[in-house]
Design a protein around this ligand. Sequence first.
Ligand code: ZN
Length: 290
Amino acid sequence: MEILDELCEVHALRDHVPRQMTIGNLTIEGFSRAAVQTYWRIAELKLGFDVGAQPWAFMGLPRLFLSHTHMDHILSLPAYVARRRMMKMEPPIIYLPADAVGNVRNLMTAYSRLDYGGLPCELVGVVAGDEFEISRELMISVVPTFHSIPSVGYIAWERRKKLKEEYLSLDSNEIRNLALSGIEVSRELKIPKVAYLGDSTAKALDETPSMYDAEILIMEMSFVARRHQSDKIHKYGHIHLDDIVKRQKNFKNKAVIVSHFSARYADKEIEDTVLRRVPNMLDGRLILWF
Ligand SMILES: [Zn+2]
């Protein structure tokens, strides 16, 4: 966990019921506060990002995507695996930065011995640039992020078949006959549905423009106050409100969920500061997630 370099009042040390919001055809659920816990679920896509905590209902997720191994992002990993085993569910698949696989395996082995119970799961090490076909309709790509330890972000893509332009004027029989004769009549369309940044500086957004195009972007904004200057924040691999103000025009997302606020701030201070700096809240698309 990152060491806070100044004494601070901790506002967030209480149990949280994950907040829930429906955006388009997806339900976003989760909670994220720096150094406390971070976890997200998109039930319709059966995806989870990070596992700082494990609400009981989230154990149904067959796979998790971990951004990095700071404790507030992975603390409940053994509980998640153990609960699935207890409930006789399939061993989950856990994607995580490749550098961390060995240590996470050791952690699971130690927990398994302490608990006198197996922790069956598949650990898949990932690096930026990897792509995973989850189903015919869903693909996950791994994007580079910039944090104080090895880290990645993820984009969930919806895959759709679309009829090629040149066949748009044909009727369904003609299209079927072409397809039966072996001609590829459609092309694949990839739509970025959800982008998850994890912990990173804003460089990660700039390096992967699809982050700005995703329908829903879930990102950190650990710092908002002027007294926490952005250059210092960048050294720790985080985002400051200044970074968002500077990039306002880049966000084409339907919703930009910002979270992972430092425990230095009360919710009211975050709200007031953001409203002062971004009065139109990116035309209502900027969502402060407490
Ligand atoms: Zn972190």
